[in-house]
Design a protein around this ligand. Structure first.
Ligand code: HEM
Ligand SMILES: *[C@@H]1O[C@H](CO)[C@@H](O)[C@H](O)[C@H]1NC(C)=O
Ligand SMILES: *[C@@H]1O[C@H](CO)[C@@H](O)[C@H](O)[C@H]1NC(C)=O
Ligand SMILES: *[C@@H]1O[C@H](CO)[C@@H](O)[C@H](O)[C@H]1NC(C)=O
Ligand SMILES: *[C@@H]1O[C@H](CO)[C@@H](O)[C@H](O)[C@H]1NC(C)=O
Length: 600
């Protein structure tokens, strides 16, 4: 006991570069050996006694003290498996090849491969959470926690991220200020627009709802997936307030003859607005924070209209159905439409793949895919895509600053859905990776994310690289080719193995012409696809016409597009896409700045 206390003091002093302990090894007799993250390839570190550990290498395909020695078949598949950058290169080049593949059975085969390879990286049932770094019933059963792929860094380690790096981590404000804050706007080279950016925020905030009042690492969104809780509320009481209780519909208000979410005076739910906004000006939406941005209000309006439109269609088909059945069935259709749009348009845009992605749950019916999903803390961290946000918002010839845009309850109804869709579809979003691209208005959110990850003791970036079968970076210059970023990071962290998860994702060199780097794709895609296909509606007992009210409803799910979501719910059909129109993109590339032509 005393030896270990002395040892830790020595280890600490050593880290503070005190000469007393020099030459005195930080041996495993003084430090929790699991702080070294000795177990490779998903091996589980178990501590024995004070200073011993064992790696449980069961079913990892490796053996040996640290699960480092590959079994025969592991060696074979390691040899045959192409690296992620090679696969990505093929998926984003060779148009002629993909033109053939897209229209043959190979499309299905590759789509199935994408889904299974990605999903296999995510454990079902889920494993750890922020309180439990070992398997436990509580961690499995208590849905209030975000799950975690890697356990927290043990409390008794010499440094905040184990044994690497310095005893302190760089000041988060400084980190964000010098490396993440925007200098000049850099557009996403893949051409994503604000329609994409607000979709990202709107869609993900149904399952990222950190429950700050309960503490870090908890979520309010207990269904852990795509449940359209951002439309219907995350609990029954809220849902009942938002419903019209007639024909399955949601409450609404008409403004200039157009349908919008009801005011809080009409549907009494709590919305987050700054103090002083009167209830008749607050819109009542499933997600309580969606009053923040007109872009979120716009999507809320579109899904509200879509819900009520589908209710009419179902009612015509099933005049005997009561309000409840119309509502519940429509909700499943809305979830199905969402998943289709996300995979076939949103993920398609984000990935830049030339393989035409396909939402078809039957692709997985003969594989060992596990249905179910649990939202992970790591997923929430990596989705902090605030660099997408521009410096101002260009709508119908006006330029709105953040002060004019945020919480402004009149923007949505003043311009109307068509004008906003058109404007957001034409304005480029920022590049997410590569650093120096977060508008100053939202840099504090990035600071918050870094602070959260420290309090919850997230493992460093390189450990996550390994968890997703990527090689850990060995130097700062390999991590990024931006010398300034490499130098600054080295000064802050000292060791590439000490770089934290979120800064690592945001600052890693981007792939050529891409919105972010390798790690964001290789870590984000598994969470995303698992969450989409793990939805109950994708399982064999649900995925059939009767679930969606028959052929008519199933057809709505199977033919949903972003364009239909907009244009079946507006009078005129604006330009609507997840990428800027091509002429404007090339214009903007030529000028190197964020230009917008005003011809509509
Ligand atoms: C001007 C636009 C935006 C503003 C003002 C904004 C602001 C915020 C704020 C205040 C938080 C809460 C931070 C905290 O509690 O510590 C947050 C969280 C978050 N934001 Fe944004 N954000 C914006 C755009 C976006 C976009 C485009 C995305 C893209 C996906 C995004 C993704 C997230 C995520 C994933 C979280 C964590 C949510 C949670 O865990 O509950 N945000 N944002
Ligand atoms: C296993 O990992 C520990 C800690 O990182 C290291 O000291 C030891 O040499 C490793 N053992 C083998 C066989 O590689
Ligand atoms: C194949 O799909 C990609 C992505 O959707 C698209 O860019 C390409 O034009 C498609 N080719 C054919 C022949 O459908
Ligand atoms: C989940 O865990 C939290 C924190 O320990 C606790 O407050 C909460 O009551 C638990 N929820 C359930 C349903 O047991
Ligand atoms: C709110 O938006 C309108 C445009 O719809 C704008 O004219 C007004 O200045 C904004 N309000 C504030 C307080 O910025």
């Amino acid at each position: 006991m005393r030896a270990s206390v002395l040892g830790s003091v020595c280890a600490l002093l050593l880290l503070l570069r005190e000469p007393v302990c020099r030459g005195d090894e930080v041996t495993s007799s003084t430090v929790n050996p699991c702080c070294y993250f000795p177990c490779q390839h998903w091996g589980v570190c178990v501590r024995y006694g004070e200073d011993k550990y064992e790696c449980d290498c069961t079913r990892t395909g490796f053996y040996g003290e640290n699960c480092t020695v590959p079994e025969f078949w592991t060696r074979v598949s390691q040899f045959l498996k192409p690296g992620p950058n090679v696969v990505h290169y093929i998926l984003t080049h060779f148009h002629w090849l993909w033109d053939i593949i897209n229209s043959t059975f190979l499309r299905d085969i590759l789509m199935r491969l994408v889904l299974t390879v990605r999903s296999n990286l995510i454990p079902t049932p889920p494993t750890f959470n922020s309180k439990y770094g070992y398997l436990s019933w509580e961690s499995y059963y208590n849905l209030s926690y975000y799950t975690r792929l890697l356990p927290p860094v043990p409390e008794d380690c010499p440094t905040p991220i184990g044994v690497k790096g310095q005893s302190g981590l760089p000041d988060p404000e400084l980190l964000v200020d010098t490396l993440l804050k925007r200098r000049t706007f850099r557009a996403d080279p893949q051409g994503s627009n604000l329609m994409f950016a607000f979709f990202a925020q709107h869609f993900t905030h149904q399952f990222f709802k950190t429950f700050n009042r309960m503490g870090l690492g908890y979520t309010k969104a207990l269904s852990h997936g795509v449940d359209a809780g951002h439309v219907y509320g995350d609990n029954l009481e809220r849902q009942l307030q938002l419903r019209l209780h007639k024909d399955g519909k949601l409450k609404y208000q008409l403004i200039d003859g157009e349908m919008y979410p009801p005011s809080v005076a009409e549907a009494s739910v709590r919305m987050s607005y700054p103090p002083g906004v009167p209830v008749h000006q607050q819109m009542a939406i499933g997600q309580e924070v969606f009053g923040l941005l007109p872009g979120l209000g716009m999507y809320a309006t579109l899904w509200l209209r879509e819900h009520n439109r589908v209710c009419d269609i179902l009612k015509a088909e099933h005049p005997t159905w009561d309000d409840e059945q119309l509502f519940q069935t429509t909700r499943l259709i809305i979830i199905g439409e969402t998943i289709r749009i996300v995979i076939e348009e949103y993920v398609q845009q984000l990935s830049g793949y030339l393989l035409q992605l396909k939402f078809d749950p039957t692709l997985l019916f003969n594989s060992h895919f596990q249905y179910g999903n649990r939202i992970a803390l790591e997923f929430s961290q990596l989705y902090h895509w605030h660099p997408l946000m521009p410096d101002s918002f260009l709508i119908n010839g006006d330029e709105l600053s953040y002060t004019q845009f945020l919480f402004n309850t009149s923007v949505l109804t003043h311009y109307g859905v068509e004008k906003l869709v058109d404007a957001f579809s034409r304005q480029p979003a920022g590049q997410i990776g590569g650093g120096h691209n977060i508008n100053a208005v939202v840099t504090k959110v990035a600071v918050g994310a870094i602070k959260e990850s420290r309090q919850l003791r997230m493992q460093p970036f390189n450990e996550y690289r390994k968890r997703f079968n990527l090689k850990p970076y060995t130097s700062f210059s390999q991590f990024t080719d931006n010398e300034e970023i490499a130098r600054t990071l080295e000064e802050y962290y000292g060791d590439i193995d000490a770089v934290e998860f979120y800064p690592g994702l945001m600052l890693e060199k981007t792939r050529p012409g891409a919105i972010f780097g390798e790690s964001m794709v290789e870590m984000g895609a598994p969470f995303s696809l698992k969450g989409l296909l793990g939805n109950p509606i994708c399982s064999p007992d649900y995925w059939k016409p009767s679930t969606f009210g028959g052929k008519v409803g199933f057809d709505i799910v199977n033919s949903a597009t972003l364009k239909k979501l907009v244009c079946l719910n507006t009078r005129t059909c604006p330009y609507v896409a997840f990428r800027v129109p091509t002429e404007e993109k090339s214009q903007q590339e030529k000028d190197g700045i964020n230009v917008r032509t005003d011809e509509l």
